[in-house]
Design a protein around this ligand. Sequence first.
Ligand code: IPD
Length: 286
Amino acid sequence: MRTLPPGIDPADLARTALTVAIEASELIMDERPESLGVAETKSSATDVVTVMDQRSQDHLLARLGRLRPQDGFAGEERGGRTGESGITWVVDPIDGTVNYLYEIPAYAVSVAAVVGDPTTDGGWQPVAGAVVNPVTGERYTAWLDGGSWRAVGDEEPRRLRVAETSLGQALCGTGFGYDADRRAWQAAVLTHVLPQVRDIRRLGSAALDLCRVADGSLDVYYERGLNPWDMAAGWLVATEAGAVVSDLRGRAPRADLTLAGAPGLHSRLAAVLQVAIEQVGDQKGQ
Ligand code: IPD
């Protein structure tokens, strides 16, 4: 467990996260061009960056730079900065970019304040965060020891708490990466999971998947291949709602695996994934 730098109130950081996430979410809705160009591709031909991913990140970088100039910044797209305060903002300017491209209403701006080094597995931890879905108006916030909260539109935030259910009754979220070999591995692992759960959902935004575990609209979630910006804010939203969020060995979540759910469900799905990965082999999906 990492500690907050002295004098920093995580509730203040969460307010800042929410303010800038709402601004960026308005930007990606209001200024979306008529025909949305794909600016470039990253890890594969289907891993796209739209003009609005970059504009949203530029906005977050500039705004956080004005509000908290001493902090670092690391985002999914181009542009970042190192800081001196011990806090780094880890942002996904549009999580669920493919949904955004296709106008499927499951994408979000995700903004987290973290301590530690977000480029090192297990070397960092979120202390405040916000996830905003601009289409549905859902806003999730959480801060260290302050709970996790959801509001829609103008309504008062409601505190979130995960609930247990059996694995057989659990609605399980997952996701697929952009790399073909990793996808083949993910599909093979999924064949072991699917017969053991109520059903599977692939909604297309890891940040929202983690928030859905917190609000109970998913019971459990796992995915291989997440980056810090996909998981940072949602990790805290889920944890502060009482979920366990970890890799398969109980360490901090990382690219290798992110698994989130109420404690009992988390350990039941971990056991299933352990067997699945032993049978499928662990190499191809790395
Ligand atoms: C992606 C989404 C998706 C998940 C992928 C992520 P992006 O993020 O979170 O749900 O399955 O692993 O890369 O590319 O839309 O920011």
